[in-house]
Design a protein around this ligand. Structure first.
Ligand code: ASC
Length: 231
């Protein structure tokens, strides 16, 4: 049991480390290699898009998914942990919405079309599914109105949908990184491997490592909160 606890802590600290290093990388990207951050309709406004996606839609969503797995919270009431789970997801959702607003606002100011890329189609689909997941999750599991049979019947779909949306968000973020490098790198171009291209490729690998660890932690049955191991 103590060995297993140590393995959990190791996996959790590794996930948090990859997540925090991803945040440092995306900030370094926009502040050092790109135009910085501002809300001015220009490139610095666009830059809020990758920053808020990585902080909110990737990192906070990932931590929200595994919040029930933290052994030191097992003495907290289930309701408190539901608020932590829902609250982190709600914060992730708000940051993701601001990230979308930043892109549309930048596009409109620069007369760039919206919603033509596969990245944008998958990203908006993920955001819409995430909002549905939030509403259904709050309505079924947080507000004490749904009968327990409904809660139990929807739980496999809630868990599957959460992991699916999280995975889709990371895949969509990777497409966004690639798109931006192809658009933005000129002289030297992406294909000539400038330092910014390599740096952002590494950011993509960090997002994959974070996602892989969150999915691993979430899918170990024996790492579930004791009352939930049957679920
Ligand atoms: C809940 C909750 C669970 C499930 C379970 C039905 O609201 O906290 O663990 O629903 O009661 O599967």
């Amino acid at each position: 049991a103590i060995e297993d606890y140590k393995q959990f802590v190791f996996a959790f600290l590794a996930a948090v480390s990859f997540g925090l290093i991803s945040i440092i990388f995306v900030l370094t990207w926009v502040l050092h290699y790109r135009e910085g951050l501002a809300w001015d309709g220009g490139a610095a406004e666009f830059n809020w898009h990758p920053v808020l996606i990585v902080v909110g839609f990737v990192f906070l969503q990932g931590i929200a998914i595994i919040v029930y797995r933290l052994p030191w919270t097992w003495k907290c009431s289930k309701l408190i942990m539901k608020f932590a789970h829902a609250g982190l997801h709600l914060l992730a959702f708000i940051l993701a919405v601001i990230a979308f607003v930043a892109v549309f606002d930048f596009h409109n100011a620069a007369k760039i079309p919206n919603m033509y890329s596969l990245h944008s189609w998958l990203g908006l689909s993920a955001l819409l599914l995430y909002s549905l997941q939030l509403v259904l999750g709050i309505g079924l599991y947080l507000i004490p109105v749904a009968p327990v049979q409904w809660r139990a019947a929807f739980m496999p779909l809630h868990v599957y949908s959460g992991l699916f949306i999280f995975t889709a968000v990371i895949a969509t973020a990777l497409m966004g990184l690639t798109e931006k490098l192809i658009f933005a790198l000129n002289n030297p171009k992406y294909k000539d491997s400038p330092p910014e291209g390599t740096f952002v490729n590494v950011l993509g690998l960090l997002l994959v490592a974070f996602g892989a660890l969150i999915l691993w932690i979430a899918t170990r049955p024996h790492w579930k909160r004791p009352s939930e191991q049957a679920l």
